[in-house]
Write a protein that binds this ligand. Structure first.
Ligand code: DAH
Length: 343
């Protein structure tokens, strides 16, 4: 009998050494010996009836000792396996906190979009509504209705991309003025942002650029209203100390026409590189809507008058953000774009 118990003991020791590589395996092994029904040690007790009466006590004691020893072995084995599995998990989940972090790029709005939004904000605050026209336009809306008939020399001011004798890529958002005045009765107060196209290409011109047209038509609209609105605009965009100055100019669709200068926000008017020493920077064209244009749209020019202005969005952004080449706005160079975040 003693040999049998010793053999079981050895078997358990060998099993622990060779068969248990996980908690689950250790548990299976434990069951082979200690399961109350199938376990080998529990089975030994059943042999009690075959044991001679004088040996029963000794046998019972030995089996109990073996059982307690086995319990200790398997409890220790379970602890060991638990620790081992935890170590394995830790090794698998280990992270190197000194590794350089992945850079998550967060984008921001394009400077042209930022400037467009700022302009919309300023003029929406003065009650302007948005009208967005189409980029393909008919000759009538882009030129003729704006008092620029076919043989008008002012057509040469804008190098036009014609798609056909009748259709073209709009050269100015002023075409929106006609659409709005044809479909709406005064009072009118609209802002029309959009892309325009001209065969023009140098450091400050691009074949595609963006404008923001403004049009107000009502009774008794004068140049003073225009100046007042533009003053609000330049103060909001270029700073509270900025003012405007109007110079006579010519556009077929306005009479009188003006070129609007803004006091140099870089030097405060003293004269610097940006304003070429003059203290003023030209920013946009504007004027009082030509009576002929109102009449082309069926608006009574005796009763109503209008003001109009056309802002170049790229130009406004370039001045504000100190960009000297318009191409920088179209090259999508993140090093440039990241520096401009006003929103
Ligand atoms: N359409 C003109 C251009 O693209 C800009 C302009 C000038 C618009 C005077 C106006 C205006 O509404 O009144 O050069």
């Amino acid at each position: 009998m003693k040999e049998e118990l010793a053999a079981i003991k050895q078997e358990i020791l060998d099993g622990i050494k060779e068969k248990a590589t996980s908690r689950a395996e250790a548990f299976e092994l434990r069951k082979q010996y200690l399961d109350s029904k199938m376990g080998k040690i529990s089975g030994l007790m059943k042999q009690m009836k075959t044991i001679a009466p004088e040996e029963k006590a000794e046998f019972g004691k030995s089996v109990n000792e073996l059982k307690n020893w086995a319990l200790e072995q398997f409890t220790a084995l379970d602890e060991k396996m638990k620790k081992l599995e935890l170590e394995k998990r830790y090794a698998k989940e280990k992270i190197d906190v000194t590794m350089p972090a992945k850079n998550i790029e967060t984008g921001n709005l394009h400077p042209i979009t930022q400037m467009r939004n700022q302009l919309i904000d300023v003029f929406a605050g003065m009650g302007f509504e948005i009208y967005e026209g189409s980029e393909v336009e008919n000759d009538y809306y882009n030129f003729t209705a704006l008092n620029t008939p076919k043989d008008h020399p002012a057509r040469d001011m804008q190098d036009t991309f014609y798609l056909s004798p009748e259709f073209l890529l709009r050269t100015q958002t002023s075409s929106g003025q006609i659409h709005v005045m044809e479909s709406k009765k005064p009072p009118i107060k609209i802002l029309s942002p959009g892309k325009v196209f001209r065969s023009d290409d140098d450091a400050t011109h691009s074949p595609m650029f963006s404008q923001m047209e403004g049009l107000v038509v009502d009774e008794k609209i004068t140049l003073c209203d225009l100046k007042g609105m533009l003053d609000v605009f330049v103060k909001k965009i270029y700073g509270e100390d900025t003012t405007t100055r109007l110079r006579p100019s010519y556009f077929p669709f306005t009479e009188p026409s003006v070129e609007v200068d803004v006091s140099c926000f870089e030097c405060g008017g003293k004269g610097c590189k940006l304003c070429k020493g003059t203290g003023w920077i030209e920013i946009l064209g504007a004027g009082i809507v030509n009576k002929k244009v109102l009449e082309n749209c069926g608006i009574d020019s005796e009763k109503y008058s209008g003001l109009a202005f056309g802002i170049g969005i790229e130009r406004t952004a370039m001045l504000k953000y100190g960009i000297n080449n318009i191409k920088m706005l179209f090259e999508s160079d993140l090093r440039v774009l990241k520096q401009i975040n006003d929103n």
